[in-house]
Design a protein around this ligand. Sequence first.
Ligand code: GCV
Length: 725
Amino acid sequence: MRPSPRLAFRFSWLVWVVAVPPRTRGAEDGYDLWLRYRPVADAARLAEYRANITQLVVASDAPTLRAARNELVAGLRGLLGRDVPVAGAVSRDGALVVGTPASSRVVAALPLADALRQAGPEGFVIRALAIRGRRAIVVAANRDVGVLYGAFHLLRLLQTQAPLAELSLVSAPRLGLRLLDHWDNVNGTVERGYAGASLWEWARLPDSINPRYSDYARANASVGINGVVLTNVNANALILTPAYLVKVAALARVFRPYGLKVYLTARFSAPIEIGGLPTADPLDSGVRGWWAAKADEIYRVIPDFGGFLVKANSEGQPGPQDYHRTHADGANLLADAVAPHGGVVMWRAFVYSSHVPTDRVMQAGDEFVPLDGAFRSNVLIQVKHGPLDFQPREPFHPLFGAMPRTPLMMEVQVTKEYLGQDSHLAFLAPLWEEVFQADTYAHGPGSTVANAIQGIAGVANVGTDRDWTGSDFNQANWYAFGRLAWDHMLSSAAIADEWIRMTFSNDPRVVGPLEAMMLASREAVVNYMTPLGLAHQMARGHHYGPGPWVTGGRADQTSVYFSRADSVGLGFDRTASGSNAVRQYALPVRHRFARRDSVPDALLLWFHHVGWSERLRSGRTLWEELLRRYQAGVDTVRWMQRTWNGLEHQVDGERFHRVQALLRIQEAEARWWRDASVLYWQSFSHLPLPPDYEAPAHPLDWYRQLRCPADLRRPRCDAVMGAPK
Ligand code: GCV
C-alpha cells in the first residue's frame, strides 16, 4: 500500500528526525558529560524500556528525592523520547517506584528488608517486581541519598542499554569517604588545573549562585562522590574568615541535596594569620581554644561540614614541626576541634623535610609509621598512591598496610599533572586499579591496598572550561574515579565500557575500538615518558615536557636525582646496597622488589641501578629494552590515532575533530619525550641506536635548549609539533 501524500510527508519528517546526526541537534561541547540522555538507539530496547517504565512514583518532595525525581524525569524524557508522568501511586504496569521505607508506604510494604540491610546507609536496591499485581521497578534505599545514587544507576543501565528483565541488584559503596580535592585558590586560579579557572566564584558568592554548581554536584552524585574539598592544600587562611564561610555555606546549600559534603583546607598558621595569636603551636592552650571556637563557628553556618584537609610541613607549608611537635600533635589539635561536631581531619603524608633526605621516597614512611596509634580516631592519614608524587607509574606507597592502628585514605590525581595534562589521552582507571589491587602482604596474602584504606580523594580535574575537564577524554577520569571510589572491584574495562556507551555510543563499532584505546593509553604514556620504572623526568615547574637533564636547586626535586644515570647504567638503587627503601615494604614484597630476578620489569629502575648492557628477563639488554619501550609508547599513540580516524563516521564531527587534534599533539609530544630521553641516556650509555630505529628529529642540545611558552597552564612547545608523521 502506498502511503497517502499526507502520511508520506509525516513519514519523511520522522526519518529526518531519526537520521539527523546529534551534532546538528545541539552542540557536542562536552557540557553534559556522561549524563547526556540521548534517545535509546536500539529499537527493541527502546520498546522494552517504554513498556517497563510508564509512570514514576515518588512519594516525597524532600530535596534529595526531588533531585532524584528531576533527574529521572529529565533522563527518561531524553532516553525514551517521551515524558514519563509522575504519579502518587502505582496505577498501571510499568511503575518506577522510588523512595525509602520512611518516605514511601509502597516501598515500606515491599519485601526488601534483607536487601536494604546489605545496602547500608548509602547504598541502594533496584529490583523488578510486582506491586499489587502490576509490573514495577523499585529503586529503594535506607536514606534519600541512596535513592539518588540508585536513580543515577538505573539511568546508567538505560544509557548502556542493559536489559531490565529480572533486574535485581544491591549496590553499596566499599569506601566511606569518596572525595574530590580541589586545588583551587581563592584568587580563582587552580594549582595543576588544566581546565580553566576555579568553578567557585568567590567574589560573587553568596549572592550569585552559578547554575554550574548544581550540575557539578549532579555529576558527582551520579558516580557516588560524597565530599568535596573546596580549596587548595597549599592553603590560604582567608577561607576560614567569616566573610568566606558564608560563601562556603552557600555552596554547601547547593551541594547538600546531592549528598556532597563540604570540606576545607586548614592552614596550620591560621591562628596567627587571621586569629592574631602569637603562635600556632598545637600544644598551646590559646591555639587549641582558637581552633575549637573556629570549628564551632564553621558548624554554626555549615551544620554538616565534613572537616579539614591539611598539608603541613611540606613544600613550605607551616606545620607542627615548626614548634618541634609531631604530625600527630598537629592533627590531633584539629581533630579535637571538629570532634564534637562529628568532623574529620585528613592529614596528608606528603611531607618534605627541610633537609634533602638520602631517599625522598622514604620520608613519609619514616615519619609516619612511628606515629601509628598516636592519632585521634577522627584523623585519617591521606597517602598518595605512590611514595613519590602521582607519577605515571610508581610502586604502591609503603604506608599502606604499615599503620594498622590509623585510618588511611588514598590520594590520587584525576588532573594529569604528570601524564600530559589537558591534552594527552590517558585513561587513569588502569593506574588506580593497579594500586587498589596491589598486595602489600602487610597482614598476610590478600592485604591489598584497597583493604588498607577507608576513603579516597582525587585531585579534581574540573574547571570553568565548557567541557569541565579540558578534553573529552579527561571526563572519563572524573567518571572512573567516582566509579572506583564506589566499587574498587570494578574493572577498568567495565568502567570504560560504561563511559563510552553513556558519552559516545552503544554502537559496538564505537565501543570496541574506544575501549581498546582507553585501556592502552596509560601504558603508552608510561612508555614514552618514564618506562621500566623511571620517574620524575619532566621539565621543572610546569611538569609538562621531558627534562631528564634537570638539575640544580633542591636535589630531590631534580630528574638526575631520580634517574641516577651514569656511565655504568640507569636507575635508583633502593636495595640494601643503596637507599634500602625496600625495607619499608612487608615481606615478601620487600624481597620481590629487592631481587633482580623477581622485581617486575615495570618497576625495575625504581628499585635497581642496572647496567646499560645487562640483560633483562626478555633477553634484551637494558639499552635495547629502553629503546623498545619508548618506541612502543609512540607506536601506541599512532595506533590510537588510526583507531580514532576510523571512527570519523560514527562520532559527531565536533568531538571527532577535537580529539583528532589532541591526538596529533600527543603523537608529536610522545616523539618529543622519546627523542629527548633516548638522546640524553645515550650521552651516558654511548651505545648506538639500531639502524632501523626512528631517528630523533633533532640533536640533544635542541631539546635541552627548548623553552616552552610562559603560560604555565598551557606550556606547550609549538616547536616540537613539526611535520605530522
Ligand atoms: C598542591 C606536587 C605538585 C604541587 C602540589 C604537591 C602536593 O608537588 O607539583 O603542585 O601542591 O604535589 O601534593 O602538595
